[in-house]
Write a protein that binds this ligand. Sequence first.
Ligand code: FAD
Ligand code: SF4
Ligand code: SF4
Length: 1019
Amino acid sequence: MNAPLPLKVTRQVAGSAYDTVARGSNEVAGKLAARLAAQTRGEVLFSPADRGRYSTDASIYQVEPVGVFVPRGSEDVKLALDVCRDLKVPVIARGAGTSQCGQTVGAGLVIDYSKHLRQILHFDAASRTAEVEPGMVLDHLNLALKKLGLWYPVDVSTSAQATLGGMAGNNSCGSRSIAYGNMVHNVVGAQAWTSDGELHNFGRYDDSAGAVREIGRRIKELAGQLAPEIDERWPKQLRRVGGYNLDVFRPQSVRPYTQDGSVNLAHLLVGSEGTLALTRSLTLQLSELPQAKVLGVVNFPTFYKAMDSAQHIVKLGTDGALTAVELVDRTMIELSLQNPAFAPVIRSAVIGEPDAVLLVEFSGADKPALARKLQQLVELMGDLGLPGSVVQMIEDAPQKNLWEVRKAGLNIMMSLKGDGKPVSFIEDCAVPLEHLAEYTDALTQVFRKHGTRGTWYAHASVGTLHVRPILDMRTSGAPKMRAIAEEASALVRKYKGAYSGEHGDGLCRGEWIAWQFGPKIEQAFAEIKKLFDPIDLLCPHRIVDPPRMDDARLMRFPPSYKVIALQTALDWSAWDVQNDPATERISEPGTGADPAHGFAKAVEMCNNNGHCRKFDAGTMCPSYRATRDEKHLTRGRANTLRLALSGQLGESGIGSEEVRDALDLCVSCKGCKRDCPTGVDMARMKVEFLHHYKKKHGYTLKDRLVARLPDYARRASGMAWLLNLRNRSQMLARLGEKLLGFSARRSLPAWQSRHFFNDTPRTATREEALAAAKAVVLFVDTFNGFFESANARAALQVLQAAGYTVHLAAKLLPDGKHLCCGRTYLASGMVDEAKAKAREVIESLLPFADQGIAIVGLEPSCLLTLRDEMLAMGLGTPAQKVSQHAMLFEEFLSREAQAGRLDEFKRRLRPLDKRVLLHGHCHQKAFAAVTPILEVLKLIPGVQPELIESSCCGMAGSFGYEAGHYDVSMEMAELNLLPAVRKFPGAIVVADGTSCRHQIQDGAQREAVHAAVLLAAQL
Ligand SMILES: Cc1cc2nc3c(=O)[nH]c(=O)nc-3n(C[C@H](O)[C@H](O)[C@H](O)COP(=O)(O)OP(=O)(O)OC[C@H]3O[C@@H](n4cnc5c(N)ncnc54)[C@H](O)[C@@H]3O)c2cc1C
Ligand code: SF4
Ligand code: SF4
């Protein structure tokens, strides 16, 4: 049990929670918040913005909850359940909220299990089972199991974020379900609270007792009474997840629920979508991790032939070695070919121009045996009239690359701009394989009839092909959705399939349960619901008594959806477009009729798929990884912006405090720009937001000091000794924190009285450079120019040693200041000032760009501003031209080395016998500019640089220097970067970002160097 909270704290929290709710909500919500705050240790989130953030999942729906509760321990769930029962407030359980059918949205208390309830409670090696808390993410479990040679094999595409509780709720299915089955086949027990507050153990029926036994007995009786209906109406597919699993007592699926034919009552909870009980723990059956895999890529001349062949291919799997047959269609192949990174991978897998390919995977203990299975596949395809159609992949690396492409193809499809979006509502109907070709063909005709189209992909092995027709839910989307759903259902019936085959029922498919199972079974489902939850407290109106799928009141984008007019500071016109659903052609920029000139549409690109909740040590999303708060997640931010822009958070619109709070911990790392499947670029959105917010609320002294740094740097460096006193005196540091907000726990960058700009080495003039055979422009930024001028000198030395005529970028009309990218102004929301800086940059550097001369910079955030934000300022073709020639120091050297222009330089580099670690700056990662650094470091004989798998260092410009952000900044650094640096005390650490170097110094007391310094040292 929890220790009770100190009384004073309890009262305070309860009081403030009550106030928050009383202002924005009704009496019951106020009482609920107050009691949750007083009686539990959980987080009580009842503000309009919090409720807004939890009013959507990866579906098209939006329903505002009464409030959100984030339990810190499972006892909090029980307490919250008791309070809700008392106040008659429905409870909606939620994991990662990646459901596609609206399962996790509802007008009750949303309980978010994902933040704290994520432990493995028990592991049993003998039975190969693990008992886990429901908020645990699948990938995290599998990471822990890997060292034991085990895994949990329900490998959903959302494995990096989906929780096991959510997977059980939806009876989720992975790509390899043909071998391992669905969630229900891999759960052996559950502990759960029914709505009366009782905690029960659900397991084998034969071993059950008490209330659970009684529930089981009655359901057994029901199954007996309804035997003829069950036999007649129940889909026989492996992929049937609609309704409740009444057939545990009369199995219908081609795959039995249990190996020994016993009945397990935990299986009643699987797929029940939070409507029967709240899970406390799940006991999972684990599998042996396959030692080896091979992949056969079968190329088909027609889509129809691919679909028709699936039924024959699966017969190769009778020995259990066949683990996946996944479809990639022509559209996806083409989309992948457009991506420079994926094109070589897909080219290596296709023969000619196939209309579709099937990825056929065999797994097992022994590669040679699997290679023989591939041979059987080749023979089979020959028998089916397609000799020479199989590309065989025996090695692991090409297989892995191809699976990545398959995932990315879907992501590209989802990034369609405009109000028409691929909508998931018949995405997972399952039909018997012998009818797959006819079914997909007929449904494609249905789409055509309704003026739309869909791209097909995924699980051909089990007859569940994903397809999302493009619909505009703000206009004709809802009626079209119903019409297509009705025609699709007729096809599903014709081919004796399952309408809900993977993603559950939710709001979208609840009304199809009666259609699928008939009135008697529907009635039985209502009785099952009553047996577990007679007071209808848990997720009401799901599965039983569901709403209409096209009820506009439940939609995220109903026809009444409006955006508040906004004059944007940046150019968002690329998003202000519409698309033609039949061809996917996009209209001209600026024609989308967005009252916010494309900004709202850019924000609305977030479809809530939750990809930003992943925990890989990439770049996205560091503030979520540090806090695990929905509010501090890219999705939470996009939702907050969307609600604000559409007036759903009040009249303040974008300039509201709610948006400020949500964006506060965004470190503008641009991780989302790179990783988000739909290209949500929160860093750029934060600039737009800050512009409006600061215009409304004014700039602080700190804002001005940070923004104007480039302009006063020269004068300030003249007082270096005085200003640097702050780093030596705690009293001054504390005063600085009080007056300016810079953390006293930090040192500030040290000023140099002799810096690069007042002691500049000889460089070429503009004319000399423009006339030179091998010229380059060195763009020295404020940070490397005034604070770390050794870096700028080193870069100059390297470029000159490599034989280049180097011109130092400077203003065309000198005014005593250096040329600046405007980054500090952007970071403070001063877009007009940043534009003025960008104009100066273009004015000065365009002649070089026109002549194809590279503009090389050292500080990633500065140089990459020329490639990113400068293009969003409406500065036209000249900006594009300069941008095309702006390169990071290593990008330039890597390009030159590959062109054979650095051979002599390479010979001059002395060997280095030391371990070299590299920390990539977030913006380098976002612009795929990390590989060039590795390549350039390898020019030094003996150096084999190792990339630290890290996310943002946590410093992010001025972010980490700010007192209010110090703790979270250090937490971000401690996620990966600092432990990795500490692990190798003798290693050289390379980090190109000035903030990153500072963070490494502060957090690990190690001096990191710019790559230019390391190269220069070896000359
Ligand atoms: C891009 C994309 C790809 C997807 N790919 C797949 C796929 O390959 N296979 C697949 O099956 N699905 C897929 N899905 C759907 C979804 O990701 C899965 O259903 C996933 O398992 C849901 O996990 P979650 O943690 O997000 O659950 P949530 O969406 O949060 O919840 C799912 C259900 O479980 C209930 N629930 C959650 N926790 C509890 C609890 N503690 N007690 C009781 N009920 C609870 C909820 O009320 C809800 O009904 C995909 C979704 C997206 C957006
Ligand atoms: S921000 Fe991107 S990754 Fe995150 S939920 Fe939205 S679309 Fe998905
Ligand atoms: S810019 Fe970085 S911190 Fe901000 S939302 Fe994107 S990934 Fe998260």
